[in-house]
Design a protein around this ligand. Structure first.
Ligand code: SAM
Length: 463
């Protein structure tokens, strides 16, 4: 295996990627760490070529076909299980990468050089390239060649229709190296990490916080509705005092909506990211002493002191960083500490119990992100970013994310002493579930969904 002599310093593979059969050629030159798994290398190829990652892919290397394990095809080897350096160890060797099995875009990947990493260089990096990759869904190599002729000829009977379909601003000669490297930035800092690249367990970083802030509005399905649902499920009257803890408050949108909706609530908002805490503290400053924003480490137990005697714990998109056993322990610790009227509500990814459910979650999440991008910005750009960085866990499992099956989590909540336990909302693999310690809620009723939605909207708009 071609690995560096220095521990934890994989050799760098310089690859030239060319779309097969096209003249003039469409190509890119990239450098990546040799220990990158092939499924992550696929994401790098998508980003540097400019594809949208809408379709499946294959690597054909020395007669073996690699692809996504989720496809459960017995003829396919799992692309997540092998690294580039395991399948290709010689300078000058070539293999095929196919994107979109219908349009059959075949790329020749040539390993030009294998070299030591350069100090200060962040990989993957794109060194050069020429020409734009063809528009998605244009039909494949022959149709694309035909399309270029139609674009060039305003008198062609299909000229107008094709311009409308594939965009008047498409320039086949365009290639912007700076833009490609900016698009690689999130891949470098965050989701591309894998156990193979780094032996320490992957953890949330400040770069992840920045990236999440950029894409959360489209990446979180029905965010406004989720916040409103969490508030509606709280068993407290809007005028009733209670003490709440939010675990992993992020930018503080849920915290803002909760304090707005429940005028007597006190809240401790916890987050491990300084960037997130700054945003939350700024956003919640108007609530004065009703809220404190504190650092915490999800994997340490000390923050549970805040839950002692509290009436409510809420958490959104955080607890999936804990594995099954850690979740189980946390549920028990929260169950023990909450007051007798206490409630624990979680909004989070859940592990699909079957591959078919995983496919549904993946597709529904993509659809939701695409629709939200179009509705909010009139463009697909944020959806494309979501796709390129592989945020959809159900398509791109990441060692940092460990969602557990919903059914198991409900049983752990029951075992932790919650009397009423259920799932209350589910969309695109994102569920809202939790447990109540008492069977009856506030005698005077909770907050209406309409009022909760108003508070959620106000919080999300107060940026
Ligand atoms: C996906 S964001 C969700 C933020 C927010 N709750 C929301 O729904 O928008 C995950 C949050 O959990 C925090 N986080 C992740 N891992 C953590 C850890 N080990 N300790 C403390 N905070 C952590 C991050 O800083 C981030 O704010």
């Amino acid at each position: 295996m071609a690995e560096s002599k220095q521990i934890n310093e994989p050799l760098i593979y310089q690859c030239k990627i060319s779309l097969k059969g096209l003249i003039p050629p469409i190509w890119r030159k990239v450098q990546v760490a040799g220990d990158i798994p092939l499924d992550k290398f696929h994401r790098v190829l998508q980003t540097v070529m400019g594809w949208g990652n809408y379709h499946s892919y294959r690597f054909i290397i020395e007669g073996i076909t690699y692809g996504p394990s989720a496809e459960a095809d017995p003829t396919l080897s799992d692309a997540a299980e092998v690294s580039l350096s395991q399948v290709s160890q010689t300078e000058g060797s070539k293999f095929i990468y196919i994107y979109d099995l219908a349009d059959d875009w075949q790329h020749v990947v040539k390993i030009e050089r294998i070299l030591p990493p350069q100090p200060g260089v962040q990989y993957p990096i794109c060194l050069a390239g020429q020409r734009a990759c063809p528009p998605e869904e244009c039909g494949g190599i022959w149709e694309y060649t035909n399309l270029l002729e139609i674009f060039k000829n305003p008198r062609h009977p299909e000229h107008r229709e094709m311009i409308e379909q594939f965009g008047g601003d498409f320039d086949p000669e365009a290639f912007d190296l700076g833009r490609v490297n900016r698009a690689l930035q999130p891949i470098r800092g965050t989701k591309i990490r894998s156990k193979a690249v780094n032996d320490t367990p992957p953890a949330w970083s400040e770069a992840d916080s920045k990236l999440y802030q950029e894409i959360a509005a489209v990446a979180v399905p029905a965010r406004e509705e989720q916040i409103a649902a969490l508030l509606t499920l709280l068993p407290f009257n809007p005028a009733e005092p209670f003490r709440a803890v939010e675990v992993g408050c992020g930018e503080g949108f849920l915290a803002h909506a909760l304090l707005d909706c429940f005028a007597q609530a006190q809240l401790v908002a916890l987050d491990g990211s300084e960037e997130m805490r700054l945003q939350t503290a700024r956003r919640l400053s108007a609530f004065g002493e009703r809220v404190t924003v504190e650092p915490f480490d999800l994997f340490a137990g000390d923050w549970l002191a805040h839950v002692e005697g509290a009436d409510c714990v809420v958490s959104s998109l955080v607890l999936h960083h804990l594995d099954d056993a850690e979740k189980q322990q946390l549920f028990a610790a929260i169950g023990e500490r909450l007051s007798p009227r206490g409630v624990f509500l979680i909004a989070d990814l859940i592990q699909p119990p079957r591959p078919e459910a995983g496919e549904l979650f993946a597709a529904a999440w993509d659809r939701s992100a695409e629709a939200q991008a179009l509705a909010q910005t009139g463009s697909k750009r944020l959806f494309e970013q979501f796709a390129q960085i592989g945020w959809n866990y159900y398509r791109f499992p990441d060692p940092m994310d460990k969602p557990s099956p919903l059914f198991e989590q409900l049983t752990w909540l029951k075992a932790a002493g919650f009397v009423v336990v259920d799932c209350f909302w589910l969309q695109a693999g994102h569920a809202i579930y939790g447990g109540y310690k008492a069977s009856a809620g506030s005698a005077t009723g909770g907050v209406s969904f309409t009022a909760a939605l108003r508070s959620a909207q106000a919080a999300l708009q107060a940026r």
